[in-house]
Design a protein around this ligand. Structure first.
Ligand code: FAD
Ligand code: SF4
Length: 510
């Protein structure tokens, strides 16, 4: 037997059982292909980050005496798709077996499933040995239920994996500390400077610029800041648990100009391409808390653990339960394009300017910037979810379909009608001002609802509720808002709607 094993760009799990022994008759195949660089317009740092990590991984396999075939993007024999390359490689190498790990993305899953039916040699599919859950576990957990409540899934995960548990009860007696975790950053508070790397990736950047591969954003080719291997990932994890975890929960939702990552871990890229497993991350954080309970309060730890064993696994489960339909849901039937300035950050709205410019600069924004600034604005502006998905899928270094569309189309745009979220995440300026230091230096006036320099969030917010009353008024979590709206004087309502209409018509100039 001669076995060919495909490793996808987000399957860089060096602890996979595949690599436990070196087998002479096994060859690992990795490739950089245009079908992957071109399915969205990606941030340059995302394309480079993937290729740099893949190349490092392949090189490590070689050093460990595994057989490796690696096709670079500009290799003369590269046919630029998985199927076309595999066909040639399998036949030229006289392979008798083809093996791959379950892709996380529905599109690739189908491509490889179809490919397997077209070849004459047997195919075997393996688990990626990365997640806490299998693809269908969430579906089974919620079978027969109308609602897919993240909190009940999260508690079941805690019990099943015995994480922060005291027998069958949560350690401390309380499951969830979210209510303690919503502080604004004090004005004079200087957050810990983020740990960044200085990877020289100029060869990859040059290669990408030589092709006609379209990208967005900027990159420091000699000082690429993201981790590109397991060692750097472990360094970043160490930095996070020692320097950031003590304030992670407290400032998890906070936003402030020119501070791009605050106390967040920035481990999503490393985890999503499997340089590290969620279990390792969670257990490292728990270990640090056990060692230093005096500096790491429990609410900081619980908040972090919940994001990973709760939200991350939950989103993956929803994806596999609801695909392929999920990809085209559009509950509000929104049809607009994204404003042009989403691609430049050139808007007078300070919160959006800062969040978009930092995204273009770092290929990163933290959760609340994604949800309550860019996401909320796109929803208030009636943007088609396809447009919103394409933007998020391109711009963030951690953006992979399974976790991007569930967050964007689901949580942020409510285009799934309430599968992942119980209500749409929209706000007026008051929430943004409560959680950030953006409004003080903004061109717009956060307190004004109508008239010159009125903050656009204020009128667009009421316009959104007015427009979707039929779909939202019965939602118990937002019924109160409709009572406020109904009690408003007709002339005030009219002025708000007119202001919103003006902003929507002039959206590219905001
Ligand atoms: P931290 O704040 O340090 O959190 C720790 C980890 O928890 C993250 O690394 C991540 O793995 C996990 N996590 C936290 N929130 C979520 C969530 N809602 N869903 C899944 N995992 C979560 N995350 C992605 O990995 N890829 C995406 O493409 C993506 N797109 C998003 C789009 C929108 C509109 C929104 C609102 C959120 C999106 N998220 C996405 C979730 C979340 O914003 C990012 O995982 C997080 O900001 C990554 O930064 P971090 O590693 O510093 O996270
Ligand atoms: Fe954003 Fe409005 Fe605040 Fe300006 S005033 S930063 S537009 S919320």
């Amino acid at each position: 037997t001669k076995i060919a094993r495909l490793i996808l760009g987000d399957q860089l799990n060096s602890n996979h059982t595949w690599f436990e022994t070196v087998q002479e008759n096994v060859t690992y195949i990795m490739m950089e292909v245009r079908t992957e660089t071109d399915y969205a317009i990606h941030h340059i740092q995302k394309v480079v980050g993937f290729f740099a990590a893949m190349r490092f991984f392949a090189e490590t396999l070689r050093i460990n005496n595994h057989n490796v075939i690696y096709l670079e993007l500009n290799h003369k024999d590269n046919k630029q798709s998985f199927g076309a390359n595999l066909e040639v490689l399998l036949s030229n190498g006289n392979f008798t077996h083809f093996e791959y790990q379950q892709p996380d993305e529905y599109r690739l899953d189908k491509i490889l499933e179809t490919f397997a039916t077209q070849i004459t040699i047997p195919t075997k599919v393996y688990d990626t040995e990365h997640f806490f859950t299998t693809r269908n576990e969430l579906g089974t957990f919620f079978e027969g239920k109308k609602m897919y409540l993240m909190e009940s899934f999260y508690r079941a995960m805690r019990k099943k994996h015995d994480i922060l548990m005291d027998g069958t009860n949560p350690t401390t007696g309380q499951w969830n500390y979210d209510a303690d975790n919503r502080k604004k950053l004090p004005k004079d508070h200087k957050p810990t400077a983020p740990m960044v790397f200085n990877n020289d990736v100029s060869d990859i950047v040059e290669m990408i610029f030589k092709t006609d591969c379209k990208t967005i954003g900027t990159i420091e080719a000699k000082q690429f800041l993201w981790p590109i291997n397991r060692e750097q990932t472990l360094e970043l994890l160490d930095f996070f648990v020692t320097e950031c975890l003590p304030l992670f929960g407290t400032y998890q939702d906070a936003m402030t100009p020119n501070e791009w990552s605050l106390y967040h871990s920035r481990l999503s890229f490393s985890m999503n391409i499997k340089m590290i497993s969620p279990s390792e991350v969670v257990h490292r954080a728990i270990k640090e808390w056990e060692k230093h309970p005096e500096t790491i309060e429990y609410n900081q730890l619980e908040g972090f653990v919940r994001q990973i064993i709760g939200w991350r696994e939950y989103m993956r489960g929803i994806y596999w339960l609801k695909m392929p339909e999920y990809n085209s849901l559009n509950y509000f039937n929104h049809q607009e394009k994204l404003p042009d300035w989403f691609w430049t950050g050139n808007t007078k709205m300070n919160c959006l300017k800062d969040s978009i410019k930092q995204s273009l600069h770092y290929a990163y924004a933290h959760h609340i910037q994604r949800l309550m600034i860019t996401g909320s604005f796109a929803l208030l502006a009636g943007t088609h979810p396809d447009e919103v998905d394409a933007w998020y899928l391109g711009i963030y270094i951690d953006a992979l379909d399974w976790v991007e569309i569930t967050n964007t189309r689901g949580m942020s745009q409510f285009a799934d009608g309430g599968i992942v979220g119980t209500k749409p995440y929209v706000s007026s300026a008051s929430y943004i001002d409560k959680m950030s230091n953006y409004c003080g230096s903004c061109y717009y006036n956060k307190a004004k609802k109508v008239g010159d320099k009125a903050c656009p969030f204020n009128s667009l917010y009421w316009n959104f509720y007015d427009k979707h009353e039929d779909k939202l008024a019965k939602n118990p979590r937002i019924g109160m808002m409709y009572k406020v709206w109904q009690r408003m004087k007709p002339e005030d309502k009219e002025a708000l709607l007119q202001q919103a209409d003006y902003y929507l018509k002039n959206i590219n100039n905001l």
